[in-house]
Write a protein that binds this ligand. Sequence first.
Ligand code: PDD
Length: 284
Amino acid sequence: MPNQELIVYLNGEYLPLRLAKISVLDRGFLFGDGVYEMIPVYGGKPLRLAEHLERLENSLSGIRMASPLDEGQWVDIFNRLICGSQDQSIYLQITRGVGTKRDHAFPAGVAPTVFVMCAPIAPIPASGAKAITLPDIRWQWCHIKAITLLANVLQRQQALDEGCAEAILIRDGDVMEGAASNVFAVVDGVLLTPPKGNYILPGITRDLVVELAQANAIPLEQRSISLEELRVAEEVWLTSSMREVLPVVELDGRTVGNGEIGPVWARMNALYQAFKEQLRTGLL
Ligand code: PDD
């Protein structure tokens, strides 16, 4: 839980969280009409900042909005909110702003609502995670990081209710992504991840894992993974800014591989941790 005295940014002001308020006519509140980013910070430095800001631009243009701030302005805000060198995350959200009444049509001449806060990153389970598969009930523009997350919330909650950490979403028999993560699987020794497209979020962690695999001769293919393949994969992982590279040890109540965290994950996790360490120590 974020501390109530946490300082946050709202529409040009820095103020304690408990004083940060928005109008009930805000389009984020009424329609989920907005986008967001979640950026991990190690040693006071945001990981892959340029890539997160580029995805933000893409999300904004996907909902016909322009970025309200430029890169320098975002960086100033982040630097004021990042506290100390502990691992933390930047959450930033932009909505279409506050209309004068509830109306689906875009309001004219309205300034967007811009909110940013930093919070500590929750510890990642060392023992791996359990996951379930569920039909993907979301819309067709999953590449936009929209705040409209009701389907993701319901599906993540269903996973939690079943004692699992994540729901892996299946569309037309193929793996898309997790409710809040991307998916990798090791099948016949090859690391697989679904290709980018409008049915998955282009995860920044996903791209980093792809890059690390390519740079370190880990065989990798970006191609569709069927549910059947996922069920017999040697390894399954979830990736996200908050969970890094998380091995799945149980899927739909059955052990993944031999039930132990796999060797390809161990290798990738070492590479990922080394990358974070380089960021922390200023080598990136
Ligand atoms: N979500 N897919 C979905 C649907 C996500 O919500 C996320 C991240 C990812 C992974 O993206 P990245 O590697 O850039 O974090 C994939 C964030 C963490 C969230 O909603 O909290």
